[in-house]
Each structure stands twice: as structure tokens, then as C-alpha cells.
Ligand binder design. Structure first.
Ligand code: AKG
Ligand code: FE2
Length: 341
């Protein structure tokens, strides 16, 4: 894969994550997470909402969505069914276990040894979700209503993602219909995570999920309880996302960094050490173009002052890269996957 050059690992300070409660409070108060009211996309205030989304993508790389139109009961039901999946007997889950990252449905668990004791740091289930009819029959058949509930949420989350991506391309002045058909046919991957309580008497120092950015255009995250932290690019400090019932969070993914020619940078995020009492469950919905569609810098965004900064690449290129670089994104390093020019 020599053509995939310039993949970079950047080591960044974790000052906020190791912080005391007081320090964390300072991080929170200094830079609030932008909140986008999606209702604003449907009326006369569309253009100001579009520019708020553009500003959030440029200045932060992440934002919170309210009034997105997904009923609270759907969100709660989805988190409950995800929790029920992770609570299934281990044998049931292991039937879906695979280390083959190209599998459309894949369960895995990540263990760590703390003071000589093995403990599960994170369990995850990843599956493709769009077009739904192509994948849903491969999803877990248990719990019984898993497919119905996760299917409903996947479709709803995708509708939200399409509206957000349409606003994003508009904010880049690429026109509202830019990539419209490709986005309609795009890939959606659901990544469900469970972070069991840390049972060690030792401080639970490891990450629930190490700092990374997502191989998506955007990712929409639904969380049952707080835990997700974002690296604020301005202050270089970690910002704990607030947990508000019914809200969703959006990240800028690697492919949006390419589509915006670097104007919108991929959001670097992590989940710190697991809670001592509760299992945290989250569901990330990752949206990109279809598997072989190359994502490239639009000609309109290339000028003498802003030369083309990225090579084109597809989701399959990323999968190929990962399968031959299995130690990519080692703990402690921030992982950003982008093919730079
Ligand atoms: O658990 C979370 O909130 C984050 C999950 C995540 O970063 C991912 O699936 O890429
Ligand atoms: Fe992520």
C-alpha cells in the first residue's frame, strides 16, 4: 500500500483528561459545545443555521444537535436494546466475534490486564446499516426486537445525517446538492459500544477508547451516560460532552476533512477510564460514501492560497490499510487517518 503515504500519528497532551474535577470544570466552562437547533434548517433561519454548522465544524469539529426529530422513546429504546445485546450470554455474542475488519457484522471485546487481573475494557458490535434490507438479516437475531429497534433508529439517524451533511456542503459553498446522490447511496456503519465498570482496586488508568478520529464524513453519537470527550483544537484540551437526554452529537470525520480541503478538521475524541459503578453504552452512526467511491477535494475549494491538501481515497482503501497495519492507532497516540497530498 505504498500509495497510502502520509498517514500520521500525532502525540498530543492529555492534560484535561488526567485533571481533577475542578480542572475539568474549567475545561467545560471555557468553551461550551456548540448547540445546533435543527429546526432552524427548515425555515427562514436556514442560512444562519447553515453558517452556525459551518462555524462549529471549523472551530471545533463537533457539536450537539437538538430538535433533530427522533423521538426520545426511539432513542431510549435503541439504547435499551443495545444494552440488552451486550447483556446476552457470552456464547451468543461470541458467535459474531471476528477479527476480520471487512466483515459486515462483527462483535469483539478488548481486554486489559490491571494488576495481574484481566478485565474487559470495552465490548463492541459493528454492523453495516444502509441499505437496510441488504444487511439487517445478518444482524443479531437476539434480543428478539434487536433488528426492529436498531433498524428504526438507523433509518432515523441516517435522515438526520443526510440533513446535516447537506447543510455542511452548503456551508462550504459547494451548493446544496453537492454529492447528493453519492450521499444517498452512502455507507452507514453502526458501532455499538459497552464500557463495563472498572472492578480493579487499582486506579482504572486505561482508556475506554483511545484518542482517534473517525473514518466517516460525519458520525452521530447517542450515549446513555457521559464519557465521550473531544479535543478542542483551539485550547488543545479535552472537553467532556454534556449528557442531555434526547440529544445527539456530531463529529467531523476524516472524509469531511478531505471534502472541505482541511477547513473542517477531523474531531479527535476518546472515552476515558471506565466508570466504577455502571456500564456505559453508546451508539455511533458513521456516514460515508459507498465503499468504492473515492472521496476527493472539490475543485472549487482549491485556490492558490488553499492548494489541494489531500489525495482521493475510498472507504475500501481505509479497510485495506487497516488490515495490513493492525497496530495502527496504538494506545497513547492520537490516530488520524488521512491521505495527505
Ligand atoms: O463511545 C463513544 O461515545 C465513542 C465511540 C466512538 O468514538 C466510535 O465508535 O468511533
Ligand atoms: Fe470515534
Amino acid at each position: 500500500m505504498s500509495s497510502l503515504r502520509s498517514l500520521f500519528l500525532v502525540h498530543l497532551p492529555y492534560s484535561c483528561s488526567k485533571a481533577t474535577t475542578r480542572y475539568a470544570a474549567i475545561c467545560m466552562s471555557r468553551s461550551a459545545v456548540p448547540v445546533i437547533d435543527m429546526q432552524g434548517l427548515h425555515g427562514l433561519s436556514r442560512s444562519s443555521t447553515v453558517s452556525d454548522i459551518g462555524k462549529a465544524c471549523h472551530e471545533k469539529g463537533y457539536f450537539q444537535l437538538t430538535n433533530h426529530g427522533i423521538a426520545s422513546s426511539t432513542l431510549d429504546g435503541t439504547l435499551d436494546i443495545a444494552t440488552a445485546f451486550f447483556e446476552l450470554a457470552t456464547d451468543k455474542k461470541l458467535e459474531l466475534m471476528s477479527v476480520d475488519i471487512t466483515r459486515p457484522v462483527r462483535f469483539s471485546l478488548i481486554k486489559e490486564v490491571v494488576m495481574g487481573q484481566e478485565q474487559i475494557q470495552r465490548l463492541f458490535l459493528k454492523h453495516y446499516a444502509h441499505p437496510l434490507e441488504e444487511w439487517i438479516h445478518m444482524w443479531p437475531s437476539e434480543p428478539l426486537d434487536y433488528r426492529t429497534k436498531m433498524g428504526t433508529y438507523s433509518v432515523e439517524a441516517r435522515k438526520v445525517a443526510l440533513q446535516v451533511m447537506e447543510a455542511i456542503v452548503e456551508s462550504l459553498r459547494l451548493g446544496r446538492d453537492y454529492l447528493k446522490d453519492q450521499l444517498q447511496d452512502g455507507l452507514q456503519v453502526m458501532a455499538l459500544h459497552a464500557y463495563p465498570p472498572c472492578t480493579s482496586t487499582d486506579p482504572c488508568s486505561s482508556f475506554g477508547i483511545a484518542p482517534h478520529s473517525d473514518y466517516s464524513i460525519i458520525t452521530i453519537v447517542l450515549q446513555k451516560s457521559p464519557g465521550l470527550e473531544e479535543l478542542d483544537p483551539k485550547t488543545n484540551k479535552w472537553e467532556l460532552l454534556p449528557h442531555q437526554h434526547g440529544s445527539l452529537f456530531v463529529h467531523v470525520g476524516n472524509y469531511l476533512e478531505v471534502i472541505s480541503n482541511g477547513l473542517y478538521k477531523s474531531a479527535v475524541h476518546k472515552v476515558s477510564a471506565n466508570d466504577r459503578d455502571n456500564t456505559r453504552v453508546s451508539i455511533a452512526s458513521l456516514h460515508s460514501l459507498s465503499i468504492d467511491e473515492k472521496v476527493c477535494v472539490p475543485d472549487n475549494l482549491v485556490t492558490v492560497h488553499t492548494p489541494k491538501g489531500y489525495k482521493e481515497s475510498s472507504f475500501r482503501d481505509f479497510l485495506r490499510f487497516l488490515s495490513i497495519n493492525q497496530d495502527f492507532g496504538v494506545q497513547g497516540d492520537v490516530m488520524v487517518w488521512i491521505e495527505k497530498q
